[in-house]
Design a protein around this ligand. Structure first.
Ligand code: GTP
Ligand code: MG
Ligand code: ZN
Length: 308
């Protein structure tokens, strides 16, 4: 059996790198049943064991086992609300790309993403892209949003992938790590990756063209290894995020600024809703916790209830 890393998954075929060779692999039928809650049993970033198919023209294999994942980022499957789709596994950090216009990114989306990543302790770096294109008003909005998240403790960056402004800040974080690039369709993930690694020549497209085609430009997650040891994963734009496999009581602990105050709440199991002497709500009233964060938290709590 060989061991390899999944670079690409298109549904039925997986590209697995092992000893510098890329193998086109299928999954052994029986494996499909193991993880019935996800639509894809093997994801980009997975370490797998596979048997090489003898006497084939090109390197080919059959995946027979998947190594336990350190972490993974899931979204709810598009059609089947109970099912999840694993976007990528074994990630060291995520660059979440955010734009205010073309397309708009709302804090509800940002906070859902952060909660998912916090649950697996995956560091997220918030990257405000397209700074070359904003009006003064929008620039101010970016400043506010950036300081909202940096106060909580997140690293934030302002860049232009197109004009290649400040992209060296991103490269500095990538050394020896597996980095995932996430965000809505059209925020510039592939453009940024092309700027970081021009040899890749990833496909990018203006939003207007995406809408005409009714599809995303990047259609499946793919890992790329750069000569200097960095690995990155380009992902298709994510629309919505469902928080899966999370208890109501857990959610607050994935809001770092809430979690820091939690011990000051009167009740140890305070959900920061209507409980008396809640330190989180006091902080909210004093302006120490952002209203958007609190609203998005409440929404997550409600969603969480309706799923069960
Ligand atoms: N003005 C400006 N446009 C940008 C910037 N970065 C990307 N774009 C444009 O935004 C559009 C979408 O970029 P892509 O890189 O294809 O976006 P994506 O996030 O990979 O989209 P999906 O693959 O569909 O998820 C393209 O027309 C890019 O040229 C930027 O910094 N400034
Ligand atoms: Mg793309
Ligand atoms: Zn509380």
């Amino acid at each position: 059996m060989k061991k390899g890393l999944v670079f690409r998954s298109t549904g039925s075929w997986y590209t697995v790198q092992s000893g510098g060779v890329f193998y086109a692999c299928r999954i052994k039928g029986r494996l499909r049943l193991q993880d019935i809650k996800s639509t894809n049993p093997v994801a980009v970033g997975d370490w797998v064991g596979f048997e090489e198919v003898p006497n084939s023209d090109k390197p080919e294999g059959i995946i027979i086992e998947i190594q336990e994942r350190q972490n993974y980022i899931v979204r709810k499957s598009v059609n089947l609300s109970k099912q999840t789709h694993i976007i990528a596994a074994n990630i060291d950090q995520v660059f979440l790309l955010i734009t205010l216009d073309n397309p708009p990114t709302y804090t509800a989306f940002i906070d859902r993403f952060l909660v998912t990543a916090e649950a697996y302790q995956i560091p997220v770096i918030l990257v405000f892209n397209k700074i070359d294109s904003y009006t003064l008003d929008k620039q101010k909005e970016i400043e506010k949003l950036g300081s909202l998240y940096s106060k909580i403790g997140y690293t934030t960056m302002k860049i232009s992938a197109l004009k290649q402004t400040h992209i060296e800040q991103i490269a500095a974080y990538m050394e020896d790590k597996v980095s995932m690039f996430a965000g809505h369709s059209g925020v510039g993930k592939s453009t940024l990756i092309n700027a970081l690694a021009p040899d890749l020549e990833l496909k990018t497209a203006p939003i207007s063209e995406q809408h005409q085609q009714g599809m995303h430009t990047t259609t499946f997650a793919e890992m790329h290894a750069l000569p200097n040891g960095m690995k990155l994963i380009d992902t298709p734009g994510i629309k919505g995020f469902g928080i899966v496999e999370m208890e109501a009581a857990e959610i607050g602990s994935y809001f770092p600024e809430f979690n820091r105050l939690k011990s000051n709440c009167k009740f140890h199991n305070c959900l920061h809703q209507n409980e008396p002497e809640c330190a989180v709500r006091t902080a909210l009233e004093q302006g120490a916790i952002a209203a958007s964060r609190y609203e998005n938290y409440l929404q997550l709590l409600e969603n969480d209830m309706t799923y069960r």
